[in-house]
Design a protein around this ligand. Sequence first.
Ligand SMILES: [Zn+2]
Length: 273
Amino acid sequence: MLLLLVLLGSLGLKACQEPDKPKMQVYVFDTGRITAFDASVLSPGVDSGRVITLGNPSFLIVHPKGTLMWDTGHPDSLTRFPEGIREAFALMQHQRPLLEQLQAVGVPPQEVTYLALSHLHTDHAGNANYFRNATLLIQREEYEAAFGREPERYLFAPGLYNQLTKRKVLTGDYDVFGDGTVVLKKAPGHSPGHQALFIRLPERGPVLISGDLYHHARNRQYRRVPVFNFNRDQSRESIEDIEQFVQQQGAQVWIQHDPAFADTVQYAPYAYR
Ligand SMILES: [Zn+2]
C-alpha cells in the first residue's frame, strides 16, 4: 500500500512538472598548442629568449535557439604531423582532430547554425571551412581584410575560410540569439575586426572569452600588446573597453591561449553550464 502511494505520488509530481527545456551549455575543444621560441614577441621587452607554450582551444555554444562555433583551432591537417610544424616564430602542434571532437558530442559541423571567429589568423580559422552551412558572423573591418585583395597582408590564409559564403557583416557588438546570453563584443586591434565573446551561462554565470585580446594572464595584468598586432593603440582601447565591461558584468575571463587555462579547462565531452 505504501509502495502504491509512493508510486502514485511520484507519478503525480511528474505530471505537474514542465517538460525539460534545453539549457545553454558550452563545450571546449582541444585544437592544438603553439610554442613560441621567444616569449617577448607577445610582451615586447619582457621574457626575451624564453620559450612559452600556449593552448589553442575552440568552443561550441549550444543555445536553445541554435548553436555557435567560436574559433576553430589549428587545421585538422596538422594532426598528420605528430611533431608539429615549425613556423618562423613558433612550433604549431595539433593532435586531436576537431571533427572527431564535434562528432563525440553529437554535433556535426554541417548542423552548426553560426560561426564566429575572434579573428582570421590561421590558429583560429584552421577548420573554418567545415562550417560552410553556418552563417559567418564577422565584423566589417575583418570581412574587408579577409575577403579583399590582400588577405595575406593581415596574416590571413583564405584557403582556410574561402567556402564560407553565408555571411552576416557586423558593425559592432551583436546579440546572437536576441536574449543577451551570447554577445559578440567588437574589440579591434589584434586584427582589423577582432572580436571577443560574452556568454551568460545558466549556472556558472557571465564569462568573457577573450580571443587574442591577451595571450596569457600576465599580459592581461600588465596590459602588454604583442609586436605583431595590427594596431597598437586600438588594441589598448579595446582592452580598456572590455575590462570595463567585464567589471560591470562581474564576468570571469577565459584567456584562450593562456597556458594555465589550457592545463585546467575541462575539455569536451564535459559541458560548462
Ligand atoms: Zn591566436
